[in-house]
Design a protein around this ligand. Structure first.
Ligand code: G3P
Ligand code: CA
Length: 254
């Protein structure tokens, strides 16, 4: 669905991650304070079955430790500092992030959750994610528009698993190939939206109208350059993921 004259909704990519360390509670709080309409996170499973918000396979880049997330327990992860400097900052679990989003005082915001693949636990990630969404009562929304959660993946199979198990949850098939996103893959897996990178969208702006013609929304990532924000707005992109939510909201409302 192209949104006509409506400005794109702004999704804070890994929180307000240009200003604060990614995937930390503080980065998400700042994003919400800055007016983000939604927040994005990546999730991975720990060895003992907890979903944590970490982008990479390892914790090396974003924490004081080293090693694979999938080989560490939550307790081991909690011993690491994800903040960089100052007071130690703990790893953020998905349940902590869901609580923040659902408790946010001023307005309803959406949580865009990306499952990473390939991973050693395969489809268990989606099973655990659905169980977590059910526990919070947000796995069966009245409609896609009213859903507080959106599940995304580059892996078509992951999107299909969600679609099959929770048909009312909106989903985004992420990708960098216009042929893939503009072709039949999104239809095959029942994705409610396609998620091109901003580079893909620059090269193939027709993707937005193609998606809309098929009844799908468009989610574009990662839109940090003001010229790209304007492009997405002109094209009628529904959601843009950015590391600068405050600046982007200001741009779109001016
Ligand atoms: O929002 C989608 C985008 O986050 C995908 O790329 O590598 O930042 O997870 P990545
Ligand atoms: Ca992501």
């Amino acid at each position: 669905m192209s949104q006509g004259n409506r400005a794109p909704f702004v999704v804070a990519h890994r929180g307000a991650s240009a200003a604060l360390p990614e995937h930390t509670l503080a980065a998400y709080e700042l994003a919400l304070e800055e007016g983000a309409d939604g927040v994005e996170c990546d999730v991975r499973l720990t060895r003992d079955g907890h979903l944590v918000c970490v982008h990479d396979r390892t914790v090396d880049r974003t924490s004081s430790g080293t090693g694979l997330v999938s080989e560490m327990t939550l307790e081991e992860l909690r011993a690491l500092d994800f903040g960089g400097d100052g007071e130690p900052v703990p790893v953020l679990t998905l349940s902590e992030l869901i609580e923040l989003v659902l408790d946010w005082r001023s307005r309803p915001t959406k949580l865009f959750i990306e499952t990473k693949h390939p991973v050693r636990y395969g489809g268990l990630v989606e099973n655990k994610l659905l169980a977590e969404l059910q526990r919070f009562g947000i796995a069966t929304p009245a409609s896609a528009d009213h859903s507080r959660a959106v599940v995304m993946s580059f892996a078509a199979l992951a999107v299909w698993r969600i679609r099959r198990a929770a048909p009312l949850l909106p989903t985004v098939l992420l990708g960098e190939s216009s042929r893939y996103l503009g072709g039949g893959a999104a239809t095959t897996v029942g994705a409610t939206a396609v998620g091109p990178s901003v580079k893909t969208l620059r090269d193939h702006p027709d993707l937005v109208d193609k998606a809309a013609a098929a009844g799908r929304a468009t989610y574009c990532w990662t839109v940090d350059d003001p010229a790209d924000v304007a492009l997405c707005s002109d094209l009628g992109v529904n959601w843009i993921a950015t590391n600068h939510p405050g600046r982007t909201k200001a741009m779109l409302s001016s």
